[in-house]
Design a protein around this ligand. Structure first.
Ligand code: FNR
Length: 359
C-alpha cells in the first residue's frame, strides 16, 4: 500500500508505480529536450508572493464566474487524451469527480470515452476541446455532438498543426493497449484510428487526420457553425491574443500544451502578463502548464488568469485512485489555493491583484 498522498506531487509518485512505463511516459513527457516542460514549473518557482497582512480573511470566498458559469474555484480539468490509459474508468471517473465538486471539465476530442458517455456521467459543466480534422464534415459533426451532449463551449486547440516530437514515446514505441480507442472518431469509419491502436504511432495518426494548414479562417468557420462560445487554446503571444479577440473568440487559453508541442517556448506563467495587458479584460483568459500547487493557481490569477486548467495533476490522481484520486487532487488544490488567499490577505478572488506577486 503506497503512503497516503498529501499533495499532487505525491500522487505522481503513486501513479508512476501503478502505470506501465509507456503509459506513464505518454502522460509525463514533453517534446524534445523537455525544456518548456520543466520551465513551466521553474517559472512558478521564480515568482514570489507579496502577502498583505491584517486584511480580514476570517472567511475566504474562492468562487468565480466564467462565461456564464459560477465555479467553486478557478481550477478546471484540462482536455487530456486517453484517460483510460491511467485508469479503466478514465474520463467517466474524471467527469464524476469534477461533477461532485461542481468543477468544469473540458473534454478532449481524442478521449477514450465518447462525449455522449462522458456527458451521461457528468453532473457538472462540460466544455469540448476541438481539433480540426482535414474532413470538415467530421469536425462539424463533432461540434454538433458536443452541443447535443450539453457542452457549454468549444475550445479550439491551435498549437497542434503537427504533433511535437515526444521522444519518450518514440523510444518506448508507444501504441494503444488493447481495448482503448479514440471513441469519438469510431463512427466516422476512420479505420486509421483503429489501425493506429494496433500498429502505428500517435504521430502518424495525427498526421493522417488533423488539418496541418489551419489559419484564422478556421475560427471564423467554427463560429459560423456553432452558437456556443469559442475559446482559442494555445496562444503564447499578445499578437495572437489580439487576433483571437478580433476573430470573435470568447476566451483565450494561454497554453504551451504542457510542454508537449514546440520545445523552447516560454513558460505560460511568464507570457501571461503581456497577454493580459493586450487583451485588457475584453475576454476572459485561462492558463495552463505546470500547475501543481494552490500557490500556482494564486500566481496565475494575480497575473490575469480567470482560471487555470490542470492536466497532469488530475491525471496523476486518476491513475493512482480513479474517481477518488481526481476528487482528492481537486480538494488538495482548492484547499491550498484557499489557504494561500488567506495568508496573502485576499478574502475574495477580486482582491487578488498583480501587486500580490513579485516577478
Ligand atoms: C494533453 N493536452 C491536450 N490538449 C488538448 O488540447 N487536447 C488534447 O487531447 C490533449 N491531450 C493531452 C494529453 C496528455 C497526457 C497531457 C499531459 C496533455 C494538453 C493539456 O490540455 C494542457 O494544456 C496541459 O496538460 C497543461 O499542462 P500540465 O497541467 O499537464 O502541466
Amino acid at each position: 500500500m503506497p503512503p497516503k498522498p498529501v499533495n499532487v506531487l505525491d500522487f505522481e509518485a503513486i501513479a508512476r508505480e501503478q502505470m506501465t512505463p509507456s503509459a506513464y511516459d505518454y502522460y509525463a513527457g514533453g517534446a524534445e529536450d523537455e525544456v518548456t516542460l520543466s520551465e513551466n514549473r521553474e517559472a512558478f518557482r521564480r515568482i514570489a508572493l507579496r502577502p498583505r497582512v491584517l486584511a480580514g480573511t476570517a472567511t475566504v470566498a474562492t468562487d468565480t464566474e466564467l462565461l456564464g458559469l459560477t465555479l467553486p474555484y478557478p481550477i478546471a480539468l484540462a482536455p487530456t487524451a486517453l484517460n483510460r490509459l491511467g485508469h479503466p474508468d478514465g474520463e467517466l471517473a474524471a467527469a464524476r469527480a469534477a461533477g461532485k465538486a461542481g468543477a468544469l471539465m473540458c473534454c478532449s476530442t481524442v478521449s477514450s470515452t465518447s462525449i455522449e458517455d462522458i456527458a451521461a456521467a457528468a453532473t457538472g459543466p462540460l466544455w469540448f476541446q476541438l481539433y480540426v480534422y482535414r474532413d470538415r464534415e467530421v469536425t462539424r459533426d463533432l461540434v454538433a455532438r458536443a452541443e447535443a451532449a450539453g457542452c457549454r463551449a468549444i475550445v479550439l486547440t491551435v498549437d497542434t498543426p503537427q504533433l511535437g516530437r515526444r521522444e519518450r514515446d518514440m523510444r518506448g514505441g508507444f501504441t494503444l493497449p488493447a481495448g482503448i480507442s479514440i471513441c469519438n472518431l469510431e463512427r466516422y469509419g476512420t479505420a486509421d484510428a483503429l489501425r493506429w491502436s494496433q500498429t502505428s504511432s500517435f504521430t502518424e495518426y495525427v498526421h493522417h487526420l488533423l488539418d496541418p494548414g489551419l489559419t484564422w479562417e478556421a475560427v471564423s468557420w467554427l463560429r459560423s457553425i456553432t452558437a456556443l462560445p469559442v475559446l482559442i487554446k494555445g496562444v503564447l503571444t499578445p499578437e495572437d491574443a489580439a487576433l483571437a479577440v478580433d476573430h470573435g473568440a470568447s476566451g483565450i487559453v494561454v497554453s504551451n500544451h504542457g510542454g508537449r508541442q514546440l520545445d523552447g517556448v516560454m513558460a505560460t506563467i511568464d507570457v501571461l502578463p503581456s497577454i493580459a495587458a493586450r487583451v485588457a479584460g475584453r475576454v476572459p483568459m485561462l492558463m495552463d502548464g505546470g500547475v501543481r500547487r494552490g500557490t500556482d493557481v494564486f500566481k496565475a490569477v494575480a497575473l490575469g488568469a480567470r482560471a487555470v486548467l490542470i492536466g497532469r495533476a488530475y491525471l496523476w490522481g486518476l491513475a493512482a485512485d480513479g474517481e477518488a484520486g481526481v476528487s482528492r487532487v481537486l480538494e488538495m488544490l482548492a484547499h491550498e489555493f484557499k489557504l494561500t488567499m488567506a495568508l496573502a490577505g485576499c478574502p475574495s478572488i477580486s482582491a487578488i491583484t498583480p501587486a500580490h506577486v513579485s516577478r
